[in-house]
Write a protein of this length. Sequence first.
Length: 220
Amino acid sequence: MAVFEALTPAERAGQLRNPEGAVGLAVAEWLNETNRAGNARIVALLGVGPGSHVLEIGFGNGRTVPDVIAQAAEVHYTGLDFSPTMVEEATRFNAALVAAGCASFHLGSAERMPFADASFDRVFSTGVAHFWADPVGPLAEVRRVLRPSGVSLMGCLQPRAAPDFARLEYGVHLHDATAWDTAYRAAGFAGVDIATVEFEQAGPDGASIRRYGFLLTARA
Ligand SMILES: C[S@@+](CC[C@H](N)C(=O)[O-])C[C@H]1O[C@@H](n2cnc3c(N)ncnc32)[C@H](O)[C@@H]1O
């Protein structure tokens, strides 16, 4: 918490987009609190069934992984993140699940996923899609790796009451609902269900601030 608050807005955006080193680890812990409810909501809505193959894009320090695996029997979790610091930390935290063959963590980018077509039943992410200047490329990759009956859920910030780091000049792209609908269609989805979600973020004085996000749900 203190580490995140000590950063400038530009540094916050940079560490949220690509957490690095000791500061990145602290920012990821801050995120565990801020995104706890959002991640729990998405995991509950994913509809993970027995034997499901689930992909998470941008897993951060990997704290949601045990919850995903616990949704049903023989779930296989795959994570993709382009931060070496996060891949190392998520792998360390989930070492037992990795050793058991239930989870694997991959260094790579949403823009070019190192997975075969139709590999996953579910694809999800939290706090990642608002870093995409042009979401069509990553969304086309999501569609490519989803199985025909697959579902994708993504939580991201929306323009309303955005935090100080969520600015274009810091690399954060707050697309509105129309832009998201257009991007999903351009990526080959028939459309996207867009819901507004609210969450609380701790401010510098400890008081909580209401934030707004989108929950984007699409079927392959
Ligand atoms: C704000 S953090 C969110 C972490 C986690 N989902 C959470 O809710 O706590 C964003 C994460 O996505 C990763 N990331 C951002 N853009 C990415 C991309 N294009 N491809 C892969 N990973 C990405 C970052 O490295 C970081 O770990």
